[in-house]
Design a protein around this ligand. Structure first.
Ligand SMILES: Cc1ncc(COP(=O)(O)O)c(C=O)c1O
Length: 436
């Protein structure tokens, strides 16, 4: 009884402290936010001792699960030996992690610049494209998310994440190939071409015709796991290159086997980007962003740049071991196999509940778009909120996304067992039954 009271008091004091001392711009999930104190593999424990199966991985970041033992050991060892050098001096983990990344990246992408976040990795990509081409204009996609800096919020095209509007004048947005809400209507066999043509139309109508780059996520994450139709990426790669621009692919959410069968999402479409951006799962929870480019593009950086913490020995040691474990466990193959089980389970739920309008995704990155009515497809953020809370009651953590917060995002650990996927689906099914 004493422990229970103490635990409840700790949780209450953390929640109150949050309200008192932290800026409320990044609101936590749930009416009563969770105070997490421990994690192991696919499971986390809150301050009051309740266990949850984590099917969101802190927004696809603890990709190997919580406190993966090899990563913990490597970081423990590194932090006790050498924590910080800055980029003025070399450290071995930084070089080893970069070498490992080049080993799995699409052919030709070889040189990495390390930062601390996906936002900075995107910033680096845009700067590189502008320096390499000597041009300014960049085209991004509607429903895209690129980060929280001034530049990356301008690239972002989701109203709730761009409170100051689009302040960078050299950015325009092309329509997203959002199949569930297709702008073109049936038949859909030519949608990839029609959406790709929209990029061309934006280039010729809203830019000087000389763009520096087109940037896109392989699967739009915050936008609600929007998967482009087959053929789309091949065509947009051709189009942006036809106009002399570079293709920047943001793999912040989709990289490292997450989409199943391949290391990077873009590989599903046999397209090699000029610049690729990663973060999140790259170091299994340690802060790290990476921008990888060809030798030629790497050489076009003008002047100097520095990131004090970027490439620090602790985060890159975590990355080095994260990639080592991923290779050892063959996570792309695992995600493909487990993703099929997850997808089948979600489709079964869709059959049982009319408000699950769409199920989509790849590998272990699967989403459900919730609607008030399947015919009108009116988005239902209300149901999404209710399902998030109901899943929490069932001991399951899932995420939300989409323009109206009406899409459920599911991304379990890449090292999940089949039993954990089955358990998560059972909990989700119970949670769905709680939603009225
Ligand atoms: C696709 C994508 N790009 C960039 C970012 C920005 O990353 P960070 O939050 O690490 O700055 C995110 C973050 O969610 C993202 O999902």
């Amino acid at each position: 009884m004493g422990t229970t009271t103490a635990a409840a008091e700790l949780a209450a004091s953390v929640r109150q402290g949050y309200r008192d001392f932290l800026i409320p711009a990044a609101p936590p999930y749930y009416k009563e936010p969770l105070v997490l104190v421990e994690g192991s593999g696919s499971w986390v424990t809150d301050a009051e001792g309740r266990e949850y199966l984590d099917f969101f991985c802190g927004i696809l970041t603890t990709g190997l699960g919580h406190c993966q033992p090899d990563v913990v050991e490597r970081v423990r060892e590194q932090v006790g030996r050498l924590g910080h050098t800055s980029t003025l001096y070399l450290n071995e983990p930084m070089v080893s992690a970069a070498r490992r990344l080049a080993g799995i990246a699409p052919k030709g992408l070889k040189k990495t610049f390390f930062t601390n976040s996906g936002t900075e990795a995107v910033e680096t990509a845009i700067m590189m494209a502008r320096m390499h081409t000597g041009r300014d204009e960049v085209i991004a996609l509607r429903y895209g998310y690129s980060g929280r800096s001034s530049l990356s919020t301008s690239l972002t095209a989701l109203g709730s994440w761009t409170p100051l509007g689009h302040s960078a004048p050299f950015i325009t947005h092309a329509p997203s190939p959002y199949c569930y809400r297709c702008a073109f209507g049936p038949p859909h066999d030519e949608c990839a071409e029609k959406y790709a043509k929209q990029l061309e139309e934006v280039i010729v109508t809203q830019t000087s015709g000389k763009p520096a780059a087109f940037i896109a996520e392989t699967i739009q994450g915050a936008g609600g796991y929007i998967v482009p139709p087959p053929g789309y990426y091949q065509r947009v790669a051709e189009i942006i290159r036809k106009y002399g621009g570079l293709l920047i692919i943001d793999e912040v959410q989709a990289a490292f086997g997450r989409t199943g069968g391949k290391w990077f999402g873009i590989e599903h479409w046999d397209v090699v980007p000029d610049i690729m951006v990663m973060a999140k799962t790259i170091a299994n929870g340690f802060p790290l962003g990476a921008t990888i480019v060809t030798d030629e593009i790497a050489g076009s950086w003008q002047g100097k740049t520095i990131s004090t913490f970027g490439g620090n020995a602790i985060s890159t040691a975590a990355m080095d071991t994260t990639l080592e474990v991923m290779e050892r466990e063959n996570v792309p193959a695992r995600a493909e196999k487990l993703g099929k089980i997850l997808r089948a389970g979600l489709e079964k739920l869709q059959q049982a509940h009319a408000w699950i309008g769409d199920v989509r995704g790849m590998g272990l990155m699967q989403g459900m778009e919730l609607v008030e009515d399947r015919k009108t497809k009116e988005p239902s953020p209300k149901k999404t909120g209710a399902l998030l809370e109901a899943a929490k009651t069932e001991g399951l953590l899932i995420g939300s996304g989409g323009l109206y917060g009406h899409v459920i995002r599911i991304a379990p650990s890449l090292l999940s067992t089949e039993e954990e996927i089955a358990e998560g689906l059972e909990r989700l099914a119970r949670a769905c039954r709680r939603v009225t």
